[in-house]
Ligand binder design. Structure first.
Ligand code: CTP
Ligand code: MG
Length: 228
């Protein structure tokens, strides 16, 4: 089977409180999104990389992406939520993707994706019935609180993981799951809602999502120290 990457990049980055959507913020002299796109395009396992932009995206065309063509294909079909954007991307590639092809969905906002993350995910899931996702064990002690921030209980963390991306599922299974479950923040939740059990593949904390301003500094540090 083939391996397609879908990179949702149609968000507005509201928690980042910046003038540009965070995928276009400058990170080591490149738009943030370029880091993950370069890594995905360079991965020998990945056949094609589709980036899902918002319908009115006017920033994409301001950069030169020709070095990543023809593997990189922009799709201007993003939706109101991340799940809508991913589903729109899946629909847009239906002529190209066979039912059993794999789709790796990766957040544009995770610039520190490393080749070994992709290698491990693809290798560990190659013969999996369901598919799965990169994740890291929760490190902090977790508290459940009421609306007054009074602790109700401590949640045992030993079986808890933080979900990351890429999340890798078969094209037909993922599309069917997302068509059925719209209110999800990742692909795995949609698969779970369909009664299946995605496999966790251990990644590491360097594959962080840039959500708040501090994350941009952390991402810069990670990329600099990896290259140097
Ligand atoms: N995303 C998308 N379409 C949307 C919303 C989000 O493609 N309607 C993408 C974002 O561009 C990002 C990824 O999904 O690459 C993860 O979402 P998140 O970190 O929540 O990004 P934003 O939604 O842009 O940020 P915020 O929630 O702070 O507004
Ligand atoms: Mg969001």
């Amino acid at each position: 089977p083939k391996h397609f990457a879908i990179v949702p990049a149609a968000g507005s980055g509201s928690r980042m409180v910046s003038d540009l959507p965070k995928q276009y913020l400058s990170l080591l002299d490149k738009p943030l999104i370029r880091h993950a796109l370069e890594t995905l395009c360079a991965a020998p396992e990945i056949d094609k990389v589709f980036v899902v932009l918002s319908v009115g995206d006017a920033l994409w065309a301001q950069y030169d992406w020709s070095d990543l063509a023809p593997k990189l294909v922009p799709l201007f079909c993003g939706g109101a939520t991340r799940a809508d954007s991913v589903l729109a991307g899946l629909r847009a590639i239906s002529a190209e993707a066979a039912q059993s092809d794999w789709v790796l969905v990766h957040d544009a906002a995770r610039p520190c994706l490393a080749p070994w993350h992709i290698d491990r995910l693809v290798r560990e899931l190659a013969h999996d019935e369901v598919g799965g996702l990169l994740a890291v064990p929760v490190a902090d002690t977790l508290k459940r609180a009421d609306t007054q921030r009074r602790v109700l209980q401590t949640v045992p963390r030993d079986s808890l993981w933080q979900a990351q991306t890429p999340q890798m599922f078969r094209y037909v299974m993922l599309r069917r799951a997302l068509e059925g479950a719209r209110d999800v923040t990742d692909e795995a939740s949609a698969i779970e809602a369909a009664g299946l059990h995605p496999k966790l593949v251990q990644g590491d904390a360097t594959n962080l999502k840039v959500t708040y301003p501090l994350d941009l500094h952390l991402a810069e540090w990670i990329l600099k120290n990896r290259e140097g």
